[in-house]
Design a protein around this ligand. Structure first.
Ligand code: F0G
Length: 456
């Protein structure tokens, strides 16, 4: 059993401010018990998200100097477009400022009022854009995905029977597309298998429905396929990523994750009429169709980031670090979502705080307590994130009430992971002292970002 280490070395460092527990206690009260409202200066280890906070390589930084900041037809756009086609298969690329910009445009193009969009669980911004465009989201993920204890290796899979039942109930003509995420974020960073994606493809073909891919974490999904699925052990991450993308018709991408840049995204597709419509809308919401809200230098860094993101060494170290933290927590007896995900370890807040009912937001309370203990910032992924039903206005009460410890790519060391695990263990020992929370301010959209709370 050989040790692994990162396939890079550190060339530049960013010093961190150390705080005391009483400073952190004051900071969390000021932030209304919402870790999104903490100034990052007051955070020691930031595991809030893996979005836009990864470390770029020296190659990417060098690329930043080669930015062609022309309004139209930037050389960096063509390089990025070519990288998308070469690595991700899609013929047309429309840049956007980030993933949700692409989701907005795609939802407006494909969705008509009264439509239904099935997906393998939801993502917050994705579902909201579908709803704003007039659709109802329907979860068609396998049941195992809702059970944090299940060891099922492909919890991102679609239950074809659920898809079939929806089509029977509302008619396939009311389903403009099936929305598939690779490495499903809200399920705990869980992959979809290639075999299942092929089945979904066949279902879409048989029912004349498009297949749209949220490819935000496609390389991490490819890694799990390589490790777990028959026939893929000897395929490269690059080959598996291409094959996944090639099974789908269009994609939305938040390149702030897998693709190793601090900002950016795109919409990609093979159909020229969808491309034409996307170009029409991107100029309204984002920018010209050859920059879509991105600087030339950012498109250059993205083109390079795409090539780095599909390297086998990179992705096995990346997911390996998540596994290291997850296994350490498991050994300490911390209840986490199984199997360990690709981008994050998810704590089961219900199991850690059984005395707090779900309508007092146990995961939100646990995230706040973790910050106070050691300055580790994490995020809630439970009832606060799930929001309210569009129809009834009632709070959704999702089966998964989780706290996400999300690892930025190429940023923290193994020693940081040890500090995090010890902090979780300490907080768990004092769990009975943690109190539930209630809203003091609830924003209308995506309330988890800016909501404020106080203890009940
Ligand atoms: N799809 C998935 C699966 C995501 O995880 C995200 C962002 C988006 C779409 C939206 O992309 O942020 O670039 O507009 N997830 C971040 C997170 C915010 O922390 O999980 P965006």
């Amino acid at each position: 059993n050989r040790s692994w280490a990162e396939p890079y070395k550190i060339k530049m460092v960013e010093p961190l401010k150390m705080t005391t527990e009483s400073e952190r206690q004051a900071a969390i009260v000021e932030a209304g018990y919402n870790t999104f409202l903490l100034p990052s200066e007051d955070v020691y280890i930031d595991l809030l998200t893996d979005s836009g906070c990864g470390a770029m390589s020296d190659r990417q930084w060098a690329g930043m100097m080669a930015g062609d900041e022309a309004y139209a037809g930037s050389a960096n756009f063509y390089k990025m477009r070519d990288a998308v086609e070469e690595y991700y298969s899609y013929k047309y690329t429309v840049p956007t400022h980030q993933g949700r910009g692409a989701e907005n445009i795609l939802s407006q193009i494909l969705i008509a009022d009264g439509n239904y969009v099935p997906g393998n669980m939801y993502f917050t911004t994705t579902r909201l854009h579908q709803e704003l465009a007039g659709a109802t989201f329907v979860d068609v993920i396998v049941d195992e995905a809702h059970d944090p204890a299940s060891d099922y290796p492909f919890k991102g899979n679609v239950d074809i029977a659920k898809l079939e039942a929806l089509a029977k109930e509302v008619g396939a003509d009311k389903i403009p597309y099936v929305c598939i995420a690779t490495c499903v974020n809200m399920a705990g960073g869980q992959p979809i298998s290639m075999a299942n994606l092929k089945e979904v493809r066949a279902w879409c073909d048989a029912n004349n429905v498009l297949l749209v891919h949220d490819m935000t974490r496609v390389a991490e999904n490819a890694f799990f396929i390589q490790q777990r699925e028959d026939g893929y052990r000897d395929k490269s991450i690059r080959e598996i990523v291409y094959e996944l993308c090639d099974l789908t018709d269009a994609a939305t991408m938040s390149s702030k994750k897998d693709a190793l840049v601090n900002i950016g995204g795109f919409l990609a597709m093979n159909d020229d009429s969808i491309y034409e419509k996307a170009c029409n809308l991107v100029v309204v919401y984002e920018g010209l169709h050859t920059y879509g809200g991105m600087a030339g230098r950012d498109m250059e860094a993205l083109a390079i980031g795409i090539t780095e993101s599909v390297q086998d060494d990179h992705i096995s170290a990346r997911v390996g670090q998540v596994e290291y933290l997850g296994n350490k927590l498991k050994m300490m007896g911390v209840p986490i979502v199984n199997p360990i995900g690709g981008h994050a370890v998810f704590l089961d807040a219900r199991a850690i705080l059984p005395h707090i009912p779900q309508d007092q937001f146990p995961a939100q309370a646990l995230a706040a307590a973790l910050y106070v203990d050691a300055g580790v910032r994490v995020m809630e992924r439970g009832a606060v994130s799930a929001g309210r039903s569009k129809e009834t206005g009632e709070n959704f009460m999702p089966k998964l009430e989780l706290v996400r410890l999300t690892l930025p790519r190429r940023v923290y060391t193994q020693a940081h992971m040890d500090v995090v695990a010890e902090s979780v263990e300490r907080v768990m020992k004092q769990a009975s002292e943690i109190k539930g929370l209630k809203f003091t301010y609830e924003p209308e959209y995506l309330r988890f970002f800016r909501g404020k709370f106080e203890p009940v």
